[in-house]
Design a protein around this ligand. Structure first.
Ligand SMILES: [Cu+2]
Length: 454
């Protein structure tokens, strides 16, 4: 299926240049992580970057010989496997890992309060059987108030049996049809009081009092806004490999996995639509086959807990045809186009589709855009508006406006609804803030790494 939106060369060139600069639109549409049954993690020192240009000393987990990362590697395993995590400690105090929800056997190392620990320079091994699918977290079980603050945490995702990454038709979170999805995204939420990190950097650990917690940074997947929108593995964020940009088409079922991995709770809020909460703490909300999930638009993401939601957006209820089918926008939609029902409204040789899109709200099909667009001189635009109100279409914008919207999608902010958390050290906007983009059905969004475009 070929996409052939007609645009002037100028209108294509400017967005493409800005995409290269910003990376928006090229983010992963899947959860970046490490697959396997044995993981060799090292607890070590490193630095991360914040959206206000800060550099924060951190402790974090690294896989094999890779640098420390924040959060730690996302461990993606299959249901029923025996998982081994070997932890080596390069930090100046004992470190351990707890895996809430897993029945863990620890061996080696030294005894600790919650589990066995790796002493400085030493190691410890944890094994467990990944007995049930779901969204889980892992974090340090030693000196927790400080070590979690410093970054010793990560996500654990257990795939249900029958899951095949290369076949999106097998995608479910919990093995049942109610948890089936097209795309999945991780939102691991953390917070940070940089003063503790500065005291550590200046060798004043004895002055750290974590009861006096005043966070100034809030993270999604280890990044503050606007870095959340940069691509996964962006070279300028070497210790923060995960993006947090969600992309979908109208009608797609999108699994959102939320993890409270910091010290504070955060009301994570989706614009665009409600979603169905289908699981808590890796447990599917079912009574037999009866769905116990509820519809919501804000999830209170609590430290140590996880929640899963299924989000869908079709444009239903907008009150106008989001594809502009009866308008002359020279925007050929997908499929067998043009066909007999399509019309060249203004006779310029470019056909406009009249047929409804697969997930389109029939009540809105063909309805005109309800207002007259104000004159451009009377508007401010920002960087996310394509210049056209129609999905997948681009329009003219004044010089310097737009540019972050490569495919004429609709942008919705997904963010902490504690508005203070939308800052980087008191600078707005930033913090726990990212975007969801609804893309035209013809825009290719890969389901997995290196999926070939059709
Ligand atoms: Cu909002």
């Amino acid at each position: 299926m070929k996409r052939t939106i007609r645009r002037s060369p100028f209108r294509i060139l400017v967005p493409v240049l800005l995409m290269i600069l910003t990376g928006v639109g090229s983010a992963s549409a899947f959860i970046s992580g490490d697959r396997g049954t044995t993981f060799n993690l090292t607890a070590k020192h490193g630095h991360i970057t914040t959206g206000d240009g800060g550099s924060i000393p951190m402790w974090g987990f690294a896989l094999d010989s890779r640098p420390m990362q924040y959060p730690g590697p996302t461990l993606i395993v299959n249901e029923g496997a025996t998982i081994t995590v070997n932890l080596t400690n390069q930090l100046p105090e004992p470190v351990s890992i707890v895996f809430p929800g897993q029945d863990v056997t620890a061996s080696g190392g030294i005894p600790g309060t919650l589990t066995r620990e790796a002493p400085p320079g030493g190691s410890v091994t944890y094994t467990f059987v990944s007995s049930a699918p779901g969204t889980f977290t892992y974090y340090s079980g030693t000196h927790v108030d400080f070590q979690v603050e410093m970054g010793l945490l990560g996500a654990l995702i257990i795939r249900p049996s029958g899951f095949n990454e290369a076949n999106p038709a097998t995608y479910t979170a919990y093995g049942d049809a109610g948890s089936a999805y097209d795309y999945e995204y991780l939102f691991l939420l953390t917070d940070m009081d940089p003063r503790f990190h500065e005291l550590y950097e200046f060798n004043k650990l004895f002055e750290v009092d974590t009861t006096n917690f005043k966070p100034a940074y809030w993270f999604i997947n280890g990044r503050t806004g606007p870095d959340t929108l940069a691509p996964a593995n962006a070279p300028w964020l070497p210790a923060q490999p995960f993006d947090a940009l969600a992309r979908m088409h109208p009608g797609d079922r999108v699994l959102i996995r939320m993890i409270g991995a910091g010290r504070d709770l955060h009301p994570f809020h989706t614009h665009g639509n409600n979603y169905l909460v289908i699981a808590k703490d890796g447990k599917r909300l079912l009574n037999g086959t009866t769905e116990l999930g509820w519809s919501d638009f804000t999830q209170t993401v609590v430290p140590g807990k996880t929640a899963d939601g299924i989000f869908t957006w079709t444009g239903a209820g907008m009150g106008w045809d989001i594809y502009g089918h009866q308008q002359d926008i020279d925007n050929p939609p997908t499929g067998n186009f043009p066909n007999s029902e399509d019309v060249d409204h203004n006779g310029n040789g470019i056909f406009d589709s009249v047929a409804a899109e697969p997930n389109e709200d029939p009540a809105d099909h063909g309805l005109p855009f309800p207002v007259t667009m104000p004159d451009q001189l009377d508007l401010t635009f920002g960087q996310f508006f394509s210049g056209s109100p129609y999905l997948g279409a681009m329009g003219a914008l004044p010089p310097g406006e737009g540019g972050f919207n490569a495919f004429g999608g609709y942008f919705y902010m997904w963010h902490s609804h504690n508005e203070k958390e939308l800052t980087n050290n008191d600078i707005f906007p930033g913090g726990m803030l990212t975007m969801m983009i609804v893309e035209h059905p013809g825009v290719f969004i890969p389901h997995y790494e290196n999926e070939p475009a059709p």
